[in-house]
Design a protein around this ligand. Structure first.
Ligand code: ATP
Ligand code: MG
Length: 376
């Protein structure tokens, strides 16, 4: 192979945005190759493709978000040289059941059209190896792209995740539990180009797999790895003790706790220059994730909260978790359970939420909710 041909999507990319996207993806590719210990001649963009020249081996580029697909490829200055090259592919074509050539031209100035290129090259393979052409379901599909006066030939197209390169969209703070959902939410936001700060509240370090989840996510953001911030839920423990004094307040404990987490995440976001918060909430997945509870939890925040799993089913989420490698550490992550009320509130009422808030926070030296929200 002379080079790797990298394809990216997002057809709507235009002007300055496009260059920013390409530069970002080039940087992420360079960082990834370096980390994998792969030497290469250079990385450059040309006409909606990124070229990685002379790589020492073929890397797994599905780890670099923004890559739609990639192919090990060979470069030739003339069609005659492509013909010679194909005529030498004995090992590939002999005994093959069928093939086709798929040509495209980024540069329409070339005298032959794409179908003409396909016919000329197809004739060479057919004559030399007596393999029949099958346009619909070929065993071997030979790709040929004419870009800026060179032909690029490839035999394989490996899929990537697509999306946008990490770093191109700005920063977000993710509320990362050790569960299955929030690591998937984090991944999906990275796939839309977000750079992440992960905020984890540790209840009790019995079996801390959060480091493994962090590593699994970092593998998709080489060069722009998410920062992991771990905080103790110490303050919240005090808050539990207070909440348990009255039954109705105890029922609101989870909603209050999530609210505290979101508020802390918001503070961290302002500090880190992040523009929003991400959670792994999925509508009505568990009794606590109702619209009422979500509305109470998120009351009064200044930054938007993004929950990319909100409309997904658990099986869809599990499938992604398995693919990206966060499932295993997530199911083995163990935390000390919270002293839950046997009937936690499933449809929070705002007035009761505020009442519970006041009861608990007053004793911790916080402002009552009305003043708290006015002050902000
Ligand atoms: P997950 O699978 O992500 O744990 P879940 O289905 O268990 O989600 P909840 O426990 O209600 O649902 O949590 C909802 C969201 O709140 C999580 O997806 C995560 O974003 C946030 N969260 C929960 N616990 C923590 C924690 N200990 N630290 C940081 N964020 C948390
Ligand atoms: Mg959970």
């Amino acid at each position: 192979m002379d080079l790797i041909l990298v394809r990216y999507g997002e057809i709507a990319l235009k002007g300055a945005n496009r260059r920013k996207f390409e530069k970002n993806l080039e940087e992420n590719l360079r960082a990834y190759l370096k980390k994998e210990g792969i030497s290469f001649g250079g990385v450059a963009s040309k006409r909606s493709r990124i070229f990685i020249y002379s790589p020492s081996r073929l890397p797994d580029l599905s780890r670099v978000l923004g890559v739609v697909s990639y192919s090990p490829a060979w470069e030739f200055p003339t069609l005659e040289e492509v013909k010679d090259f194909l005529a030498q592919q004995e090992a590939l074509f002999s005994g093959a059941s069928s093939f086709r050539i798929t040509a495209s031209r980024a540069d329409k100035n070339y005298p032959l059209t794409s179908p003409e290129i396909e016919r000329e090259l197809g004739a060479v393979v057919h004559e030399k190896f007596s393999v029949p052409v099958n346009l619909k379901q070929p065993q071997i599909n030979v790709g040929v792209e004419y870009i800026d006066e060179f032909f690029y030939v490839y035999f394989e197209k490996m899929p990537g995740w697509g999306g946008l390169p990490v770093g191109v969209s700005g920063k977000l703070v993710v509320l990362l539990s050790g569960g299955i959902d929030s690591p998937v939410a984090a991944f999906l936001m990275m796939k839309r180009g977000a750079e992440l700060v992960l905020l984890h509240f540790r209840k009790n370090p019995i079996d801390d797999r959060i480091g493994e989840i962090h590593r699994a996510l970092s593998a998709y953001a080489v060069g722009r790895e998410p920062e992991l911030v771990v905080m103790d839920l110490g303050k919240v423990k005090k808050f539990y003790d207070l909440a348990r004094r009255r039954d109705e307040t105890h029922r609101y404990m989870c909603v209050l706790c999530k609210h505290m987490m979101l508020r802390t995440a918001e503070k961290l976001a302002f500090k880190k220059g992040a523009l929003g918060i991400v959670t792994g909430d999925s509508l009505a997945q568990v009794a606590s994730q109702t619209l009422e509870n979500l509305a109470a939890q998120r009351y009064g925040l200044k930054l938007p909260v993004y929950s990319p799993l909100i409309g997904l089913d658990k099986t869809e989420i599990v499938n992604i978790a398995k693919k990206i490698g966060t499932y295993e550490p997530s199911i083995h992550h163990k935390e000390k359970p919270c002293p839950l009320h046997p009937h936690p509130v499933t449809r929070a009422r705002m007035d009761k939420f505020f009442q519970a808030w006041d009861e608990v926070t007053e004793k911790l030296g916080y402002l009552p909710w009305e003043k708290f929200f006015q002050r902000k």
